[in-house]
Design a protein around this ligand. Structure first.
Ligand SMILES: Nc1nc2c(ncn2[C@@H]2O[C@H](COP(=O)(O)OP(=O)(O)O)[C@@H](O)[C@H]2O)c(=O)[nH]1
Ligand SMILES: [Mg+2]
Length: 291
């Protein structure tokens, strides 16, 4: 029996549904998903293995023009995903403007690996519109396979998976077959907390926050976690905490529940807020946070 394996890298503009798609393809909630752009900051791997194949997906931040150092690092993750792919999934959707980041599409077109253009969110559109988009993308990327899907309602996900397995090269498994991701539980803890902040705060706050685990103790019947919420400015500290601490309490409660579900055990979660002035432009802070 031949074995197939490949790095399948998911790229596209912000908010088109890359993370939703990766979670559907892996059957795991590896990437956080919100309606806000720049929800995904890192490259996150999701591994799916069968008896005779292994697919290593990479979810990436959306393509953007960097305005501060953090975003430069985010774009380096995107560029890295262009370089080591065996198969590229370029995700677009039925709502984004067709001419968004055309320069980037030129780069993608120039890369000589198999490509799949995924037209997502077709649940928001009709047949006629989807057909038009199909023709548009087929003309623009003649050597790519174009497939309309709805990641949210799982429409065409199985067909997409079949195409992916067909297109990846023969090769050995790169990871143990029971491994799901390249990240540790601690990373997912920070992402769960950040997800709650993305959901409950507006304007600049979600983009100004980074989560750092201060301590993580696994005891027999409980995991004790202390995490720091770093903000970029003094004024943001009070906003995070909220009147009588109500807002941060809500973040803590919701995050704890999700972390307990992930770890399948009791969790004690403590949150602290710290001002790390302009950390998004601070080289050493970014390095410490893994960017
Ligand atoms: N209607 C609809 N919404 C979707 C679909 N896929 C993703 N979304 C929504 O689009 C938003 C952005 O999704 P996300 O996966 O975070 O996009 P990313 O920035 O490309 O990773 C979220 O609100 C998702 O729920 C879909 O197939 N249909
Ligand atoms: Mg994402």
């Amino acid at each position: 029996m031949t074995h197939k394996s490949g790095f399948v890298n998911i790229l596209g503009n912000p908010n088109v549904g890359k993370s939703t798609l990766m979670n559907q393809l892996t059957g795991e909630k590896l990437s956080i998903i919100t309606a806000k752009s720049q929800t995904t900051r890192h490259r996150i791997m999701g591994i799916v293995s069968g008896e005779d194949f292994q697919i290593v997906y990479s979810d990436t931040p959306g393509i953007l023009n960097p305005k501060y150092r953090l975003q430069e690092s985010m774009m380096r993750f995107v560029d890295g995903a262009l370089e080591d792919a065996d198969l590229l999934l370029y995700v677009t959707d039925v709502v984004e403007k067709k001419d968004k980041n055309l320069e980037y599409l030129d780069r993608i077109a120039a890369i000589v690996v198999p490509k799949i253009i995924v037209i997502n969110k077709i649940d928001l559109s009709d047949n006629e519109e989807v057909n038009k988009l199909y023709e548009y993308w087929t003309a623009l990327m003649p050597d790519a396979i174009v497939i309309p899907i709805s990641a949210l309602s799982r429409f065409n996900i199985e067909t997409l998976l079949k195409i992916i397995i067909e297109k990846i090269p023969e090769g050995p498994p790169w990871f143990p077959k029971d491994q799901l991701t390249d990240r540790y539980e601690r990373f997912f803890v920070t992402e769960i907390i950040r997800e709650k902040i993305l959901l409950h705060y507006q304007k600049e706050i979600p983009y100004s926050v980074e989560i750092e685990i201060e301590s993580y103790k696994e005891e027999k019947s409980i995991t004790r976690i202390a995490a720091v919420i770093h903000v970029a400015r003094d004024s943001q500290k009070g906003i995070i905490i909220g009147h009588k601490g109500e807002k941060i309490k809500r973040v803590g409660t919701e995050a704890r529940k999700d972390i307990e579900a992930m770890l399948q055990g009791k969790v004690f979660l403590e949150l602290f807020v710290k001002v790390s002035k302009e950390w998004r432009d601070n080289k050493s802070a970014l390095k410490r946070f893994g960017y």
